[in-house]
Design a protein around this ligand. Structure first.
Ligand SMILES: [Fe+2]
Ligand SMILES: [Fe+2]
Length: 291
């Protein structure tokens, strides 16, 4: 009797899994960003730690996005579903532009004395090692896990709170555009992983790896950037940023429940539907013809 009840519960559980909404295909936009010379050095809330946190994240994007593309492209020929095929093309197009525009942003920040070149190389070396060491399935699982992180950062950090409004208005659009597109394509790698019959053990174990590597690299890189910038002892900036992330409003603290949903057997990125938030952000931050 207990076994029957457990099967019934498990069946209900599986039925609860969301799907990517029909017809939702990531749209490739090609905005051109320009960063003027008179932008303040600390362009988010005039605060070193917050600004350098985003700079540290940006240092990982050029190589990271290329890794995501290649891990999905590896399985492109095995996708039969026409909507998913189209979504994969949209995903590749979006991530390629993110890589290119963040490379440009990183170069701009480097010229202004923020040493992102070395950080970019460290991430590149790590990803090169993973390409040589991991199976294609684990590389795709890595992408799926990081895409959950980026969707959380987009939907439950950048678009939900006041970060974009607090940034210099000439810096906010690149972050808004990236966040919008991360939300749009958040399920593509996951859907490919599911379509190829990816292992649940590898999906979850790789999330554990990412959950150590992503915060570790980001924190170490932030500390290095603060040190190089002579801001390591800026306790006001550290305390304000820690409070923002973990205290009040506590954006990281509040996204933890969404993070843990990844470990559920019925996880699907579209269990959390942020389309209303994204539509609002599109109206505010994207050109009308960019959609
Ligand atoms: Fe991206
Ligand atoms: Fe992405």
């Amino acid at each position: 009797m207990n076994a029957i009840a457990a099967i019934t519960r498990a069946t209900r559980f599986r039925r609860a899994q969301a799907q990517t909404p029909a017809g939702l295909v990531p749209q490739v936009r090609q905005p051109k960003f320009h960063f003027p010379d008179d932008l303040p050095k600390y362009w988010w809330a005039n605060d070193p730690a917050r600004t350098l946190l985003l700079a540290a994240l940006s240092s990982g994007f050029p190589a990271g996005e290329r890794f995501f593309i290649d891990s999905v492209r590896h399985y492109q020929d095995r996708i039969d579903d026409p909507q998913l095929q189209q979504a994969v093309r949209g995903f590749i197009g979006q991530e390629a532009h993110h890589s290119k525009e963040h490379k440009m942003l990183n170069g701009y920040l480097e010229q202004r004395g923020i040493g992102l070149g070395r950080l970019e190389q460290e991430i590149q070396d790590l990803l090169d090692w993973m390409r040589k060491t991991f199976t294609p399935e684990r590389q795709l699982a890595h992408t799926v896990a990081v895409e959950h992180f980026t969707a959380l950062m987009a939907e439950e950090f950048l678009l939900k709170y006041d970060a974009l409004e607090e940034m210099d208005p000439r810096m906010a659009p690149i972050w808004a555009w990236h966040a919008i597109e991360e939300s749009e394509h958040k399920a593509v790698a996951f859907d490919v992983y599911r379509a190829i019959g990816g292992s649940e053990f590898i999906r979850l174990s790789e999330m554990l790896v990412v959950s150590v590597l992503f915060p570790l690299f980001t924190t170490v890189h932030l500390v290095q950037l603060m040190k190089e910038d002579g801001q390591l002892g800026n306790l006001k900036s550290w305390a304000g940023t820690l409070n923002y992330l973990w205290g009040k409003p506590g954006v990281f603290r509040k996204l933890l429940p969404s993070y843990f949903k990844y470990y559920s057997p019925n996880f699907h990125p579209w269990n959390h539907d942020a389309r209303a938030l994204v539509a609002q952000a599109k109206r505010k931050w994207l050109d009308k013809d960019a959609g």
